[in-house]
Design a protein around this ligand. Structure first.
Ligand SMILES: [Zn+2]
Ligand SMILES: [Zn+2]
Length: 212
């Protein structure tokens, strides 16, 4: 299974509509998570348009006070501006997975070392819109044994699928166990310009050999 876990639609600050995202992703991927900022209507609309052979994970990128948190597999919105702890708790209460988005991003609201303290289901260590990290999220997650995922953080169609996760079986289990291969090949050049491309490609390779 090849999924993209971080996409914005026209329901928040993304350009494409949910329908356009599905049309684009349908021929390239097996599934996507639609994760608009503090908005779930686009994800629910995408869910309605999803076909039998394409998975839509309804979700949102929730603005907690301490940083952005992806809620994956929820059909209700968790309100913004709660503490990160409360946000994670509410996502779990709705049956969703709580994923720490771009936790060490230098420019954006980021959770930082809270990823070590709160019960996140996974950490987004590769994000297509992160141009620099305060710490290496891969190193932190490896040392702490935290499951890692990646997402493009797409805001335009051509970014959809530029960071993917590949896995076998059920997406929830794969993410929670960290049994995914993160692939950022499509934007490797762009990442390489900011000095972290080598790390990202290594994740992909070692995961393919080891944990698969
Ligand atoms: Zn974000
Ligand atoms: Zn985002």
């Amino acid at each position: 299974m090849l999924f993209e876990l971080h996409v914005h639609s026209s329901y928040s600050d993304g350009k494409p509509t949910p329908k356009e995202i599905l049309e684009y992703a349908g021929s390239r991927l097996d599934g996507i998570a639609l994760t608009d900022h503090d908005e779930i209507a686009g994800a629910l609309e995408a869910l309605e348009h999803a076909g039998d052979d394409f998975t839509v994970i309804p979700g949102a990128e929730v603005s907690s006070v301490e940083g952005h948190i992806l809620a994956l597999g929820v059909t209700e919105l968790v309100p913004r501006d709660l503490s990160a702890a409360e946000t994670v708790d509410r996502i779990h209460g709705l049956g969703g997975l709580a994923v720490a988005a771009h936790p060490y991003d230098v420019r954006r609201a980021a959770l930082g070392d809270l990823i070590l303290k709160l019960p996140f289901d996974a950490v987004e260590v590769v994000n297509g819109h992160t141009f620099g990290n305060k710490k290496d999220p891969v190193k932190v997650c490896r040392e702490a044994g935290l499951p890692m995922v990646g997402g493009s953080d797409a805001h335009i169609l051509s970014e959809v699928g530029s960071v993917t996760v590949e896995f076998d079986g059920d997406w929830r289990n794969a993410i929670k166990k960290g049994n995914v291969t993160i692939d950022s090949r499509n934007i490797a050049h762009r990442i390489f310009n900011f000095g972290v491309g080598a790390v990202h490609r290594r994740i992909s390779r070692s995961r393919k050999k080891g944990d698969h």
